[in-house]
Design a protein around this ligand. Structure first.
Ligand code: SF4
Length: 398
């Protein structure tokens, strides 16, 4: 069977830094755009060499063909901070370099303050078929508090422009648990999002990250800290509302209409191989996991000197890969871990490896076993650590 990978490209640039953000993103680096794009091309060549090397060894063993990328995800930062023609060219080059099939999922993250109809049409023309818009809220008061560069009206316009440009597959991000966010404001945001008819919604609870301007304002007493109970109520209300609207809650923070789950992110959550290009990007392939230099300057300098931009890496043995696949599938995904997928991936039935663990966890009411998969029970969700330690701490058969 042909092995496929998920391909991620990181664009670490933003127009302005949001007050809550501790992602690997930088404002005011426009002068670096050209050399960064050149560095991405260099890294593409290095990674192609790596794949060919790995596949040489694999081909000798089982004659598996060269892996293709089944998904491409351009994230950030703000990919749409780049000039639209550069971003479109990057997508075309990545699709060619990694033999993306015509039905591959190709996502670009966009900030509503950085898109217009012409740019959106250029993205569609380059093969992008999924747009992920960081809306965060339809409450202008909260958007200002978060330091977003767009208004609610601009977010709506961006979504409508994307539709008019021809994007059928639209994902919207919203945030809950914000200081001064009321239940009414949250409900209004979810309703406004649903009016735009997205196939996919990501709802994230705010995490106040140390060192951010938002954390400083909360510490100084200028803003109230997030109210965890209210955030939990918001989450539960959204769960009910989205279920009634036909959305499937397939991952902790993600909902999709049938057929619209994000295939790229499922690659991560199923612990399947992926390659990341760009500053701070992570890769997991061929028994190794590694991360690139986070700072774009260091990333560019490394590639300009002809060196791989890897900052750190570790070997992942089979035992850890098996355990992590179980842990991630159970912790994150509503679908849990499928017996068929496990056997396809590892070449052995799950019961040959984890029969004792699953039987015990089912007995204790933490795991549910159906004809085709295992997944956490409600109690298992609450006591997840007791489940995960059984898979990460056990010593499976080879
Ligand atoms: S747009 Fe996204 S990545 Fe950029 S600063 Fe804001 S939250 Fe961070």
């Amino acid at each position: 069977m042909m092995q496929t990978i998920g391909l991620y490209v990181h664009i670490p640039f933003c127009r302005a830094k949001c007050a809550y953000c501790d992602f690997n993103s930088y404002a005011g680096r426009e002068a670096l755009y050209t050399s960064y794009l050149a560095a991405l091309r260099q890294e593409t060549i290095l990674v192609q060499g790596l794949l060919a090397e790995g596949e040489g060894a694999r081909a000798a063993a089982d004659r598996a063909p060269f892996p293709r990328a089944a998904t491409l995800y351009v994230g950030g930062g703000t990919p749409t901070a780049l000039p639209a023609s550069d971003l479109a060219a990057l997508v075309v080059e990545a699709r060619e370099a990694f033999s993306l099939s015509d039905d591959a999922e190709v996502t670009v993250e966009a900030n509503p303050g950085t898109v217009d109809r012409g740019g959106l049409r250029a993205l569609l023309g380059s093969g992008v078929n999924r747009l992920s818009l960081g809306v965060q809220s339809f409450d202008d008061r909260l958007l200002r508090l978060l330091g977003r560069i767009h208004t609610a009206r601009e977010a709506r316009t961006a979504a409508n422009d994307a539709r008019q440009a021809g994007f059928e597959n639209l994902s919207l991000d919203l945030m809950l648990g914000l200081p001064r966010q009321t239940m009414e404001s949250w409900q209004e945001s979810v309703w406004r999002a649903l009016e735009l008819g997205p196939g996919h919604l990501s709802l994230y609870a705010l995490a106040v990250e140390e060192g951010t301007p938002l954390a400083a304002r909360i510490e100084a007493g200028h803003l109230p800290p997030p109210d965890d109970d209210l955030a939990a109520d918001m989450y539960e209300w959204a769960e009910d509302t989205l279920a009634r609207a036909g959305y499937v809650h397939y991952e902790i923070s993600n909902w999709a209409l049938p057929g619209h789950a994000c295939r790229h992110n499922l690659t991560y959550w199923r612990n399947e191989p992926y390659l990341g290009l760009g500053a701070g990007a992570h890769s997991w392939w061929n028994g190794r996991r590694w991360a690139n230099h986070p700072a774009p300057e260091a990333y560019v300098a490394s590639l300009q000197a002809g060196r791989p931009p890897e900052a750190e890496g570790e070997a992942i043995d089979r035992r850890l890969e098996l355990g992590e696949t179980m842990m991630m599938g159970l912790r994150l995904l509503e679908e849990g871990v499928s017996f068929a997928r496990f056997q396809r991936r590892f070449g052995v039935p799950m019961d040959d490896v984890y029969a004792a663990e699953t039987a015990d966890l089912v007995e204790r009411g933490l795991l549910e076993r159906t004809t085709d998969r295992v997944r956490l029970t409600r109690r298992g969700h609450l006591l997840g650590n007791q489940v995960f330690v059984r898979f990460l701490g056990s010593d499976p058969a080879p």
